[in-house]
Design a protein around this ligand. Structure first.
Ligand code: LIP
Length: 266
């Protein structure tokens, strides 16, 4: 098999094992371990335990690879491959018992920064729904054994779009203003609370597009590959004039340019 397919197979295997651990811990009850960047930005003991499992499995399987995880940070590898991991994306949903969360695992090549890396493989697994989205570069995006494609066109009522809001209350006015500028394009807006699943849903044609400012690399590393391998477009801007973190836009080609323009992606 090619390197992307090998990495995809490993990501799938580990995402399923990690997702089962997350599901079992959720059923047993979730303890919030700490807050991070803001009061609303929480980490649970399960986040930490799941990331530890993923890191250990990767270290055993590919000891020369690098790692960049939401909970334990980065470690450079010698192979040129870095694993970018969000152990439980949608942490707040997970803590509240909302079944919209996912294990997101991506393998990237090159400098492990979103501006420079080339994503080779990714897996996004939603344990409650038992939905495993995965992709290898050049091999398409899949939900299980079903090939995915972004929506071909936007209906006359407008686009079904998704977004999210940062944890820092100071970003809320800008987020709301951004959403207000997008509304004329939309038939409706969804706010599911897990970027990796929002991106997977764009790849699956369940959403026409998605936009959010302030995502971390692990939130979108796997989902961005799902979108582009499903025929969609993905863009990430630079910090805006106020220094706010970059905007992410992902959509079918039918709506990408309009969404990028109205959100001022640059
Ligand atoms: C979350 C994202 C979500 C965003 C949240 C948070 P986490 O990631 O998936 O799209 O709106 O603010 O960043 O913190 O659950 O890994």
């Amino acid at each position: 098999m090619s390197l992307p397919r090998d990495l995809e197979a490993l990501a799938i295997d580990i995402a399923q094992e990690a997702g089962e651990l997350a599901r079992v811990r959720r059923e047993a009850g979730v303890a919030i371990a700490a807050t991070k960047s803001a009061l609303a930005d929480i980490v649970t003991e399960a986040d930490r335990e799941v990331e530890a499992l993923i890191r250990a499995r990767l270290r055993t399987a590919r000891p020369d690879d690098g790692f960049l995880g939401e909970e334990t940070g980065g470690e450079t590898g010698a192979s040129g491959i870095t694993w970018v991991v969000d152990p439980i994306d949608g942490t707040v949903n997970y803590a509240y018992g909302i079944p919209t969360y996912a294990v997101s695992i991506a393998a990237v090549q090159g400098d492990p920064t979103p501006e420079a890396w080339e994503a080779l493989a990714g897996a996004v697994f939603n344990p409650p729904g038992r939905e495993l989205f995965h992709a290898a570069r050049g091999e398409g995006a899949w939900l299980g054994m079903t090939r995915l494609g972004v929506s071909a066109d936007v209906g006359p009522a407008g686009a079904l779009l998704a977004t999210g809001f940062g944890y820092d209350p100071a970003t809320r006015p800008g987020d709301l203003a951004l959403t207000g500028r997008v509304l004329p394009l939309a038939r409706d807006i969804r706010r599911a609370g897990a970027a990796s699943l929002d991106l997977a849903y764009v790849a699956a044609g369940r959403l026409d597009g998605y936009f959010e400012r302030g995502l971390k690399p692990w939130d979108f590393a796997a989902g961005a590959l799902l979108v582009t391998e499903a025929g969609g477009r993905f863009g990430r801007g630079t910090p805006d004039d106020s220094g706010r973190s970059p905007l992410v836009v992902a959509a079918s080609p039918a709506i990408f340019d309009a969404l990028a323009e109205v959100t001022e992606l640059r």
